[in-house]
Write a protein that binds this ligand. Sequence first.
Ligand SMILES: C[S@@+](CC[C@H](N)C(=O)[O-])C[C@H]1O[C@@H](n2cnc3c(N)ncnc32)[C@H](O)[C@@H]1O
Length: 265
Amino acid sequence: MDQNAKSLLYRHPHLYEALYPTPDQKTYASPAICNKICHAFLKTGPQSILDIGCGTGRYLNFLSEGCKNCIGVDFLPAMVDFAVSQYDHIDFFQGDMREFRLNRTFDLLICMGSTFLHALTNSDIERTLETFAAHSHRGSLLILDIKNFMGFVDNSVEEKVEKEINTDEFKGKSVTSRTFNRAKQLWIWKRTWYIQDHDPVEDYLEFRMLFPLEIEHYLSQSGFSVIGMFDNLDLEESDFKGERLYIAATYTGKNQSQVLADVQP
Ligand SMILES: C[S@@+](CC[C@H](N)C(=O)[O-])C[C@H]1O[C@@H](n2cnc3c(N)ncnc32)[C@H](O)[C@@H]1O
């Protein structure tokens, strides 16, 4: 995330949780997907988990029921402070996914809720994947959960989205205009919050638009081999029209050119 990104919800984690209540099985980015992917691709449950861009820490809390060695990292101190205040059995640190180093590896790395799309440039993506690789050992499993931009193909994309908000914490509405910078593969959100008894609050967010084969290529360059990509919570093969893209990759420690060199006579 760059310094020019602004989000009311990121600055006020309790509002983030109020608007996106803790997910259950049916919610698009449910943490249950992590358990399903682990079950499908790991022989035994992970003994250690790193959540990159952990936000309020709730996914990690869910996963910590089966794994005591969990660490969450987020760019924003407000998110980290909130997570620390909620879950004292988990360690949380402030860090930028493009550069933090904890000097250890994990069995499972997760990066959920489109956090990975905050890596906006090719260089940001490469640096972020270097961070993932630096915290992986051979056989570590990486799970990414991102917006599925292939779902835009054949569908008209709403440019303006209005949402009424009526929670205990927060009453009002949000109006989001969503445009593209096609040359830079960016989806740009300008969102205004109209909250009772407050002046309007403006958000500005950019998301990198990444596509399946592009992600597979970046991952392979960083030593990760994709073992599954799904647009649904049932991990079924599909036409990739779903809202989300769940990617499972395993760390081999070799980039694609090394793999090819190994099979040359
Ligand atoms: C949409 S929230 C998702 C939070 C959480 N993973 C979830 O799914 O509920 C995106 C999170 O990514 C974090 N983030 C953005 N850029 C980051 C970076 N460069 N390094 C680490 N975290 C980052 C934000 O602070 C925010 O908490």
